[in-house]
Structure formats: structure tokens, C-alpha cells
Design a protein around this ligand. Structure first.
Ligand code: 3PG
Ligand code: MG
Length: 388
């Protein structure tokens, strides 16, 4: 893999930078977290200072149609300009379709943002011809979208293979931090939350081999409670997870990894209940973890050298049920362990807790890619950069 810092820019004029501007927004299209923008800034500025023309390429959401205004960058570009403190030139869907990137004339040192790359069919099909319609115009392709590197898409897996390519600075740091943690023989704890077991089963299985302890929180824990014959009433449950949970327990048993579940929870009635004292009725929902669970977590964290955290401990989008995740953010920020955090909702918890990223060993911009990287998978985005 090449390093940006070592490249000779004499003959490089047009540079494509794959960024991940798939940012969270509210219903008024206001960006609610700019971490991904901030993390791309160093790479963009570096290339800009080399007097190159920059073409920013990113996806946004998962549009089903070829063009859907809801997913258009035209609605976000002003905010990108403010947040990145850069002037951006927009390449619309139509102008790209009419003339491709090759025909687009830019003045020297312009930064252009191409419309949502997922509007173009060739992107998710990882189509070679499509990828070339972009890279033919470029002299260098930089991938600064670590958080998308688990996707077999053209801008992730193909474009970097077509021409000279290198990872962006944040991309490099993400790989380094995750690899350092994976390689380390120190005692590890994984704290995994969120709602679905099925999307995290592979990661969980692989964590049973690398961690001494795994704490499961969030709605995901409801499935584990149910598996252990605890009445979870109307709590959010994912059907058909029994065999997955059995696999996780079996794997943990064989590797001597302990699985921990919350010892108390907050119900929709706002009551705090120990798990042993949950009502027998069928009209409650578990929505967060509470004090006794935090005591368990504090002890586990204190006994670990490395802590990985992904996924909220409760229904974080409702302030009433965000304390479990926010308190965990405080516990981790003050702990001596090397803490690595990944996932959009997990970053939200850090921000809600007003804890600084500097208080942790590393905060990843990635969710899915972070989990897949922990699984020892070869990520398509990394593969492509290695091929160059
Ligand atoms: C993410 O938010 O995890 C990345 O931007 C990838 O998005 P995707 O899950 O829609 O591929
Ligand atoms: Mg994702």
C-alpha cells in the first residue's frame, strides 16, 4: 500500500478522493454529527496544497432509484462547505451522465463533489467500465472512506485498482489502530450493543476467540435474556436468533470467554428493575441498562487492558433511555484501558456524554467496516489499495 506522504506530485493534477459523507441527518436535512467530515479534512487539505484538482466521491444512504432527491448531495453541499471550510463545485447527476468526468473542465485547484455515487448503477455492481469513466480523468485515487471499505462497490473496490492509489490519512490510522488492538495479547473486553444479533453474529463469534469477556447490552441482550428463559415481555426481540445465540455460547465456552448480560434494566414505565425481579406480566419493555449493570461494567473495564465498544446500551434516541450509553461513555473515558470505539450510535453516545475523542485510544468513523475489520476479514477497500 502506498503512502500519500511519499508520493511524487509533480505529474499529478487530477485527484479523486473517495470520502464517506454518509453523515447522519435529522428530518430537516441538518447534519447531526460531522465526525466523518472532520476526519477527511486533513487529506483534502493535503491534496489541495499540492495544487491539484480534487474530485470528491461519496455515497449517501441507500437510494433504491437512479436518482432520488432525498439522497442528493445538493441538499447537503452548503453544510459541507461550512463544516469543511472549503468552496465546493457540484457535479450533478445529469452533467455526469451527459459528459462523464472526462469532459468536465475545472480550473486549477478546484474541489468538486460528484453527486451521490450510488445513483449510478455501476457503483454497486462494481462495474469496471463505470469505474473507468471516473478514473480515466484522474492521475491519483485516494481512499479516505474506511467506513465504507467493507462494500464490494466500484468506488471502494475497483477504482483504486485502475490507477495509482493510496489510503487517506484517517484510513491509515483506522487500519493501524484496529490492527494494533487485534495483535495485542493483552486482556480484552468487548461491549456490544445495538438491536440486532444477526448483523453482529460473525463479529461476536470472532470476539469469543480474542476477548476474555463480552458484555452484551442494548436490545440485542433481550434475545439473550429470552434464550435464558427470562421473561422480556414486549421488549424488542429479533425472531429466530436461538441458534445464533447457542453458537455464541458454545464458542465462548470453548475459548474460555465469559458472556455477561445486564444485571438490571430500565423499563418503559421508567422503573429500574433487577433482572431477577422483572415482572411476570406481559406489558413492559426493556429500554436501557441501569446502575447495577454499570457497576458490573465498571469492574469488567477495570480488569481489562483493552476495551472495544460498539452499539448503544439502550434506546439512545430517546433522552429518557440514553443514560445507559452516556454513563458507559463516562466510565470508558476515565478508565486506564485502551478503548476503541466504533459505530454511529456509539459516537452519538460519546457526543451526548460530551466526552472528547482524545480520551479514548481510538474512535473509528466506521460501523459495519469496524466490525468486519475485527472479524479478520479482508476488506474490499483495503484489498484494492494493496493491489496497486
Ligand atoms: C456506514 O455508514 O456504515 C457506511 O457509510 C457504509 O454505508 P452502507 O452501510 O450503506 O454501505
Ligand atoms: Mg453500515
Amino acid at each position: 500500500m502506498k503512502s500519500l506522504k511519499n508520493l511524487n506530485f509533480e505529474k499529478i493534477q487530477n485527484v479523486g478522493i473517495r470520502v464517506d459523507f454518509n453523515v447522519p441527518i435529522n428530518k430537516n436535512f441538518r447534519i447531526t454529527d460531522k465526525t466523518r467530515l472532520d476526519r477527511s479534512k486533513e487529506t483534502i487539505d493535503f491534496i489541495k496544497n499540492k495544487q491539484c484538482n480534487i474530485f470528491l466521491i461519496s455515497h449517501f444512504g441507500r437510494p433504491k432509484e437512479n436518482f432520488d432527491e432525498k439522497y442528493s448531495f445538493s441538499k447537503l453541499i452548503d453544510q459541507f462547505e461550512d463544516m469543511l471550510e472549503l468552496k465546493l463545485n457540484f457535479i450533478s447527476y445529469d452533467s455526469f451522465l451527459d459528459s462523464g468526468l472526462n469532459e468536465i473542465d475545472v480550473d486549477k485547484s478546484t474541489i468538486s463533489l460528484l453527486e451521490n455515487i450510488r445513483f449510478f448503477e455501476g457503483e454497486i455492481k462494481n462495474d469496471l467500465k463505470f469505474s473507468k469513466s471516473i478514473t480515466d480523468k484522474l492521475d491519483l485515487y485516494v481512499n479516505e472512506a474506511f467506513s465504507a471499505s467493507h462494500r464490494f462497490h466500484s468506488s471502494v473496490n475497483q477504482m483504486a485498482k485502475n490507477i495509482l492509489s493510496a489510503p487517506g490519512f484517517n484510513f491509515e490510522r483506522e487500519i493501524l489502530a484496529i490492527n494494533n488492538i487485534k495483535k495485542s495479547p493483552k486482556k480484552k473486553l468487548a461491549i456490544i450493543g445495538g438491536s440486532k444479533v444477526s448483523t453482529k453474529i460473525k463479529t461476536l463469534l470472532s470476539l469469543t476467540s480474542s476477548c476474555s469477556d463480552i458484555f452484551i447490552g442494548g436490545a440485542m441482550a433481550n434475545n439473550f435474556f429470552k434464550y435464558n428463559s427470562i421473561n422480556v415481555s414486549n421488549s424488542l426481540i429479533e425472531e429466530g436468533t436461538e441458534s445464533m445465540i447457542e453458537m455464541i455460547y458454545n464458542s465462548a465456552k470453548s475459548t474460555n470467554c465469559k458472556i455477561h448480560l445486564p444485571s438490571d434494566v430500565i423499563l418503559d414505565s421508567n422503573e429500574n428493575k433487577l433482572i431477577d425481579e422483572l415482572p411476570t406480566s406481559s406489558d413492559f419493555k426493556i429500554l436501557d441498562i441501569s446502575v447495577s449493570s454499570h457497576a458490573v461494567l465498571e469492574k469488567l473495564i477495570g480488569n481489562s487492558d483493552i476495551v472495544l465498544w460498539n452499539g448503544p446500551m439502550g434506546m439512545i434516541e430517546d433522552n429518557k433511555y440514553s443514560k445507559g450509553s452516556v454513563n458507559l461513555a463516562h466510565l470508558l473515558a476515565k478508565s486506564q484501558a485502551d478503548v476503541v470505539i466504533g459505530g454511529g450510535d456509539t459516537i452519538l453516545a460519546i457526543n451526548m456524554a460530551e466526552e472528547k475523542f482524545e480520551n479514548f485510544y481510538f474512535v473509528s468513523t466506521a460501523g459495519g467496516a469496524f466490525l468486519e475489520a475485527l472479524e479478520n476479514k479482508d476488506l474490499p477497500g483495503i484489498q484494492a489499495l494493496m493491489a496497486d
